[in-house]
Design a protein around this ligand. Sequence first.
Ligand SMILES: [Zn+2]
Length: 376
Amino acid sequence: MGVQSLWASVRRNGVRLHTAEWGDGMRQAAANIPTFAWYPVPFMSDFCIAVDLGGTNLRIAAVSSEGKLLEKVALSTKLGLGPNHVIDEMCDAIRRLSSHYCNGGALIGAGIGIPGIIDLDAGVVRRSANLPEWAEYPVRFEIEKRLGARIFLENDAKVHALGEQWMGAARGVNDMAMITLGTGIGGAIVLDGKIFHGMNGMAGEFGHVTVEPDGVPCGCGNHGCAERYASATAIVRMAREAIASGGAPELEKAFSSDPEFNAKSIYNLAVHGDESAQRIFGRFGRALGIMLADLINVLNLPMYVIGGGVASAWDAFAPAMFREMRERSTIYAATARDDELTQATAAQRTRGQTIVTRAVLGSDAGLYGGAKLAMS
Ligand SMILES: [Zn+2]
């Protein structure tokens, strides 16, 4: 039985009535599935379940096939209890959410974003800095065993890109790239509405593009990677270096008085006029601009969307970023918007322009993207 017909039969008849049609593995899994309560809801559309699994938060949503976020559930990821426990909680929430919407339409499928390197063929997490205990964990098998239905896995940064392309900043633009600024830099390329994986799923590692040939060592083995200058971790490192050099009294004061001294504290100093903090964001913008100039020269895409928590510091780093892009990419200089610093939507774009702009969906991008993934 295919995913769609399986879920359609679940919708019509409830899980237990149909277990006899399933294969042996499915039947065994179904024994653990509680009978659902069906809630009548004034909603008539097929829908997807999206999961954004992070090291801290586990977010699950029902999203209609038209891109309406119907309902979302936020849980904390109890990493200490192990992957099986987290998957149990995830699957319970998926079943509860599905049961709310099954009366109005069929569940198309479930798409799940996970941080780290995912072996898409095997459905296994190979390596994840956010989920260190999950290395080599057969995550797809474990979820499918519990749900009795096929699910779609993808790296979380790629799922975010799919979400912004489908319903966010790049809505209506089929070809785009997304750069996610967090503790590191995540990246993804979407071509013709689909994630471009490269040979083995590693395309889009923008964070490890070299921006300083003899720069700071990176965990990847290279020196001077973009994410060593344009990430939350990099901001704090550059601030510590500035403090150590003795020329940053305001940063030093904040560092010694604020136990949570982080990228946001440094941003606050920058917007209040502290020159040392502003220099850090200037360096951040320059590194990001060098990286983007390279991407633009290679890919010539119509849209590059910048998301992630550190994108909130846009006003502090964007001027240096755009300056660098104009200097280093003749393609960008020839196709840039005059008002590049202001937020742009895909609808405002005129043909032939390169837009570099901020993401609009925030953390919901992973939920829209997970749903789009399930429909692919
Ligand atoms: Zn690197």
